[in-house]
Write a protein that binds this ligand. Sequence first.
Ligand code: GLA
Length: 419
Amino acid sequence: METNRLRGDVEAAFAQHFSGGPPRLFQAPGRVNLIGEHTDYNDGFVLPVAIDRQVMLAARLRSDQEVRLWSAHFQEGSAFSLTCIEPDSRVAWSNYVRGVGSMLMKLSPELRGMDAVVAGNVPIGSGLSSSAALEVATAVAFDALSSLRVSRRDLALLCQRAENEFVGIKCGIMDQFIAALGQRGSALLIDCRSLEYEPVPLPANVAVVVCDTMKRRGLVDSEYNARRGECEEGVQFLRKRLAGVRALRDVTSGDLASYGAGLRPVVRKRCAHVVHENERVLLAVAALRAADVAEFGQLMYRSHASLRDDYEVSCPELDLLVDLASRAPGCLGARMTGAGFGGCTVNLVRAEMAVQFAQQVASGYHERVGITPEVYVCRASEGAGEMAVAAMAQAAHPSDSRPCRGACRSVKPRSRPPS
Ligand code: GLA
């Protein structure tokens, strides 16, 4: 669904569910990670892109500390008071909002409540970080409505804490960081230890294409936490033999060759993935800066093989999409993106071949699996923020179809309802 339509929907739903004045509009994007998977919680490097799919919040400040929410996707509401925030297992999506509210209250007990409608077009459970987008859009809305002026970096950290401590998923910082700080036209190289980051412009002659297996991730939370535990076991072993090892970020492939033999085999494989993946991210950034897109693509293929064989977070559908991509016109590189076990692949494709690429991968996947995958070209977009009022007025008149910033150049129309 296009951004313009999403704006129109979220405003219409607000008018339907809340009386009074007009809302302000906030957005945060989903993301696709080009390379650097399962490195963020090892203090390593990642290279994500904020995409032109977003979660939007139409929100109005309240004079008290009540929060009243409506989800356009789930067609259900939820309400709570900022003075006493409990998780709600029956309305699971509301926990991302509750978690962010809870963390902001610790920072600023004067935080005021809001009436808000949530809608989005980041597909849920597809590895494109719809939950981080919801958290960051919520944080930006609360921050702006109560004039808190928290930095984007601190909002990202606070959203990660909400997910770790309130929702109970031990994710790293990548998703919230890119949702908060993404830059149009660039990927961001993020050092997940120092949180320093730099934009890496994407060349105009390549397209970032996302292919969705349509398989929604299963087992992801327990397997994710198990991988984190195995990495930690590797660090405990290696730090006794190598000075200065605080995380796998501090281990080189040479160190692993010298000292890794005593690790449990499964832990050795997990460490090998993380150590090599960190090295690949830095090589990939150098390749992109040198406009060597062929080398970048090769690093993506190697990343996928490592996630499949050493980290064991891929699945047959993801492997099939990567294999089909590698034989499709214009493909430079392909890999799974996000936590794994389903969801999407990310592909680097020669821009002029993107349409043929999408058609060939989609028909090959349909032939083998019987499902048509969604395939779309992403535009590297801005991170979270408030949307201009003038643009909102335009969205109220759907006959005016001027493209807006963030409109998705879909190769194939999506049928999914907003998330
Ligand atoms: C999920 C987590 C991120 C990151 C990726 C894997 O998206 O939320 O923090 O660990 O998996 O790279």
